[in-house]
Design a protein around this ligand. Structure first.
Ligand code: GLP
Length: 249
């Protein structure tokens, strides 16, 4: 079942997401968390840090990573996760995995990453953002719903959106390793966060349009335990796509 919670802004949304994560960790100090990068989850990490929980026993898996950035590049998700999540939240760095492929064939690295998630017993709680085109992690439109962790292309719109972290769009890699939509769907709970008017079109299509490869984020509706936390701007187009509205929480 997909619950929808519309909040006033990203701070309220981050506080709510942090509460859900805190409940999970309080119930199981050895929880396995799924970590998203980007701007969207920043208020969640900040709110979670306020809880002052001991997260040193938590295992964590990042959703995705670029292919081809030099190790230690500040905008590699390995660096971003360390800077924005591991250090502020006091995670044990040895328990945090990112699908890196330094000196390894990326396809082999991707297969090994999928296996490591299985060996960890799967992800208890996955934090997700959504791309402007409805991508989830780096699963672009056209990604199959059963896809697993793999090397995938980044389309022009996604590279443009992520160019804000680089000196030019030419620096943004063209390929990534991403958990697949099938991989993400196996997580026991999904929290999809969406804040800002630039996410409104994708979120309305994901929640009210057809479920399918053209809208990767639509898989949220097939998941047994998913919550969508959106601010009013991101929720502004609900009810305009003509499809059935989701039951509000
Ligand atoms: C990137 C990430 C996604 C993220 C998306 C939205 O593509 N791979 O995980 O959800 O960007 O980023 P932001 O939260 O900065 O809008």
């Amino acid at each position: 079942m997909t619950r929808l919670v519309v909040v006033a802004d990203d701070h309220e949304g981050g506080e709510l997401a942090a509460e859900i994560i805190a409940d999970q960790v309080e119930a199981n100090a050895a929880s396995v968390l799924g970590i998203a990068t980007g701007t969207t989850p920043l208020t969640t990490w900040a709110a979670l840090a306020e809880h002052g929980l001991d997260l040193s026993g938590v295992d964590a898996f990042a959703l995705d990573e670029y292919v081809g950035l030099p190790q230690g590049h500040p905008e590699s998700f390995e660096s971003v996760v360390h800077r924005e999540v591991v250090v502020p939240l006091g995670l044990d760095p040895t328990r945090v995995r990112v699908p890196v492929s330094h000196g390894v064939d990326p396809h082999l690295a991707a297969a090994g990453y999928e296996q490591s998630i299985l060996e960890a017993g799967g992800i208890d709680l996955q934090i997700l953002g959504i791309g402007r085109n409805g991508h989830l992690a780096f699963n672009e439109p056209g990604s199959t719903l059963e896809s697993l962790t793999r090397v995938a292309p980044l389309n022009a719109e996604t590279r443009e959106d992520n160019a804000r972290f680089f000196s030019s769009v030419d620096e943004v890699p063209t390929e990534c390793i991403t958990q697949g939509l099938g991989t993400i769907s196996r997580a026991r709970t999904l929290i999809l966060l969406a804040f800002g008017s630039h996410k409104a079109q994708a979120l309305a299509a994901a929640l009210e349009g057809p479920i399918g490869v053209q809208m990767p984020a639509s898989i949220i509706r097939s998941h047994p335990d998913a919550v969508v936390i959106a601010d009013r701007q991101a929720a502004a187009l609900f009810g305009t796509t003509g499809a059935d509205r989701l039951a509000s929480a």
